[in-house]
Design a protein around this ligand. Structure first.
Ligand code: SF4
Ligand code: SF4
Length: 75
């Protein structure tokens, strides 16, 4: 069984993300731990993706707009 969600996909654009040391907002605000620290980069925790409640706190906190959330069931 794949650990990725069939319903939600969360991506971080590592080119525009400014890193954990300068920001780390996504790791801080997500209520269900979709993001974790991986060195200075945020990593998406695939096994938690089905817990995403689409609150968009991560998107709101991410000033460089590096986070995208796709609802795969609407694709
Ligand atoms: S909120 Fe955006 S810029 Fe900040 S660490 Fe997360 S992805 Fe990077
Ligand atoms: S939308 Fe909310 S629950 Fe989903 S990854 Fe972003 S902060 Fe976490």
């Amino acid at each position: 069984m794949s650990s990725a969600s069939e319903f939600i996909r969360v991506d971080v654009n590592m080119t525009t993300c400014v890193g954990i040391a300068r920001c780390g907002g996504c790791v801080r605000v997500c209520p269900v731990s979709i993001f974790q620290k991986n060195g200075d980069a945020p990593a998406v925790v695939e096994k938690n993706l089905d817990e995403c409640i689409l609150c968009e706190l991560c998107i709101q906190t991410c000033k460089p707009e590096a986070i995208t959330i796709r609802k795969l069931y609407e694709a």
